[in-house]
Design a protein around this ligand. Sequence first.
Ligand code: GRF
Length: 191
Amino acid sequence: MLKLAVFVSGRGSNLAAIVAKIKSGYLSAKVCMVVSNKKECKAFEICIDEKIPTYVVDTNDSYEDLIEILDNENIELIVLAGFLKKIPINLIQRFKNKIINIHPALLPALGGKGMYGLNVHNAVLKSSSKVSGATIHFVDEIYDNGKIIEQREVDISDVKTAEEIAAKVLKVEHELLPDVIKKFAENKIKY
Ligand code: GRF
């Protein structure tokens, strides 16, 4: 069973998707802890229901206390699911090739600082692209820059608003992220 720590900043629908796939037996993993930079966020409500321990990280500190906890919990994979803060270098080095992020667009286009939430989908709309999608990638020191693990496309040729694109992409995210975690659990990810 793959031991996960999921990092969130808000709603937590990807966290909920992971939990649901574990409960259904599709995914052999355990969400051992959920980490947020916010004291209060919707994702924490899921943690109360599911009895998942939570941890609020002070993003101004060095993350050393958190790293100790992640080590003690024997965390095997860190999943950034809507975590909006940059991961410091000491955590990246300690968990080399063990931190993944989900981005709601087809990288390498439309990534980087400020490219989150509706900003991404507005940029896609502006580009007149007929296709968007979701990307899972390894995390390095630069926002949305690490090696791409897997992408899934969605047809957006019929959509008129950024919100519609967001909804279509989110549906795909909820399948793609558990699928990629499953591949980690089955040692099928190569780096
Ligand atoms: C998702 O669109 C994800 O791709 C992005 O942030 C959003 C988080 O949504 N990184 P949620 O908190 O999982 O509902």
